[in-house]
Design a protein around this ligand. Structure first.
Ligand SMILES: [Zn+2]
Ligand SMILES: [Zn+2]
Length: 271
């Protein structure tokens, strides 16, 4: 792949804990995306894997850029894709720039029918996370009860001898958030929390301990206000932080400092 210009060292500000920069629409605009990150003081981003065929692209981004990391995993919405084995995930995760396993989880909203394969795939990822002690990135949609149950059954979370992790792009209830936090997990908010209609989610974002909150874009999807409807990119995560600061009545700097410290603690990286 072509070389990416290196950003000058920034003071740690915002970290985008979840983006898909390997998707063609973002990859094609990389120089511009790096520029917006710099302008909006977004110092780091975690590039999240969705399937094995595209994993080399995700890894290449992390290898080419000092401010990017990557994960390895197969998304629950990808039905017709090679199924990862435990051995494969463990082997691919054995790289200093691979700091997490996922994204994995359950999605009963996008897919219906017999989803036993989704649950089996989720179990494989939790086992890989336990084996590597790298945190899980969990996607859960309309499936929170099964998600928490399988996490418990497979020993996800520090208390059960597993690694911790994050419930990404969180849209569930306070009870689900608290159950995950009880297992040592973190909760990541995307641009959805900035949408006017997201009153219940905003109440969750107000109630949780700031020490357990991460911020993300999930770009190219779900651009936060004031970019709603546009293609999302990691630089826009600053708007998620601004929204959380307003909701909680604290400064944007406090949100930046705390969410970045949380990211470093969870993923065991030095900033
Ligand atoms: Zn997701
Ligand atoms: Zn994602």
């Amino acid at each position: 792949m072509r070389t990416i210009p290196t950003l000058p060292k920034l003071a740690t500000m915002f970290i985008d804990s979840h983006c898909h920069l390997d998707f063609p629409e973002l990859q094609a605009r990389l120089p511009e995306i790096l520029h917006t990150m710099q302008t909006n003081r977004v110092s780091h981003a975690l590039c999240v894997s969705v399937d094995l065929p595209d994993f080399p692209k995700v890894l290449a981004l992390a290898e080419a850029h000092p401010h990017f990391w990557a994960s390895v995993g197969v998304h629950p919405d990808y039905e017709d894709t090679p199924e990862p084995t435990l051995e494969q995930l463990v082997q691919l995760a054995d790289h200093p720039k691979i700091i997490a396993i996922g994204e994995t989880g359950l999605d009963y909203y996008r897919l219906t029918g017999d989803l036993e394969w989704q649950r089996e795939r989720f179990r494989t990822h939790i086992r890989a996370s336990r084996a590597t002690q790298k945190p899980l990135i969990i996607h859960t949609r309309s499936a929170s009860a099964d998600t928490i149950r399988i996490m418990q059954e497979e020993g996800a979370g520090v208390a059960a001898g597993g690694a911790a992790g994050v419930m990404h792009c969180f849209t569930e209830s306070l009870e689900v958030a608290e159950a995950a936090i009880g297992m040592g997990f973190y909760i990541s908010f995307s641009g959805i929390v900035s949408f006017k209609s997201a009153k219940e989610l905003q109440a969750v974002a107000r109630a949780l301990p700031l020490e357990r909150i991460l911020i993300e874009t999930d770009s190219p999807y779900l651009a936060p206000v004031p970019h709603r409807g546009k293609m999302n990119e990691p630089g826009f995560v600053s708007h998620v932080a601004e929204c959380l600061a307003t909701l909680r009545g604290i400064s944007v700097q406090e949100v930046a400092d705390q969410t970045s410290a949380n990211f470093a603690r969870l993923f065991k990286v030095t900033l």
